[in-house]
Design a binder for this molecule. Structure first.
Ligand SMILES: Cc1cc2nc3c(=O)[nH]c(=O)nc-3n(C[C@H](O)[C@H](O)[C@H](O)COP(=O)(O)O)c2cc1C
Length: 207
């Protein structure tokens, strides 16, 4: 009869060429799960890359990796932070970064104990009455055997005082100072400062 013929036809064509929506359930589930996992992995990877650059929410690195430590973020330190990041990237060095002020306050997401090599920049502030790097070192972190490259800058005053204090504290805390530079910046321009940072990072990379 006409009615039966009409209902039978679609059933036949469906079994001959199944549309995508009729894909067997297990195959579709596997395909969907793989897509989800790949997408999640890409998101996690993008987030951890951004965190590494910003120095936020990052865990402890595997042994052998580098930690870049600066005092704090302020108007004067920001250009140096940019110089260090650029130089580390140019040298192909994988690194994490942290503000010493956060190590002192306990807000840091990283623990220097998890790193073998430290690149540290301390700057004279407020006639050398303020130094987050010095405050952190005074807390006696165990830096035994860690290789430290240190840069100390000041516009002009108290440079030698801070340099002497930081080098002494690093040695007291067990670090091996592989490089220690003090730089008076009263007469230097941005390009010279960038070059000095790049040179320091290049020496560090060459070790
Ligand atoms: C809050 C603050 C206080 C500072 N106090 C001093 C200081 O007492 N003596 C000094 O020579 N430089 C001082 N500086 C300048 C920094 O040491 C200087 O900006 C830093 O070493 C980087 O050098 P540059 O900015 O000249 O390139 C101070 C900077 C800041 C942000």
């Amino acid at each position: 009869m006409n009615v039966n013929a009409k209902t039978a036809k679609p059933a036949e064509s469906a079994s001959a060429t199944p549309p995508a929506a009729a894909m067997p359930v297990p195959a579709f589930s596997i395909f969907f799960t793989v897509c989800l996992v790949v997408s999640l992995a890409m998101q996690v990877s993008a987030q951890s890359g951004a965190a590494g650059k910003a120095g936020a929410s990052i865990g402890n690195a595997a042994s052998g990796q580098v930690l870049y430590v600066y005092d704090e973020v302020n108007e004067q330190s920001e250009p140096y932070i940019a110089h260090f990041r650029a130089a580390l990237d140019a040298a192909g060095i994988a690194y994490d970064e942290v503000a010493a002020a956060d190590l002192v306050s306990g807000k840091a997401a990283v623990d220097p104990a998890g790193y073998d090599r430290l690149l540290v920049h301390g700057m004279v502030m407020a006639f050398n009455s303020k130094s987050p790097v010095r405050d952190w070192l005074k807390k006696k972190p165990d830096l035994s055997g860690k290789e430290v490259s240190l840069l100390v800058t000041a516009n002009r005053w108290f440079l030698d005082n801070l340099y002497g204090q930081l080098t002494a504290l690093f040695e007291k805390d067990g670090a091996v100072l592989v490089d220690a530079v003090s730089m008076a910046t009263k007469k230097t321009d941005d390009a010279q400062e960038r070059t000095a940072v790049a040179a320091q990072v290049a020496r560090f990379a060459g070790r």
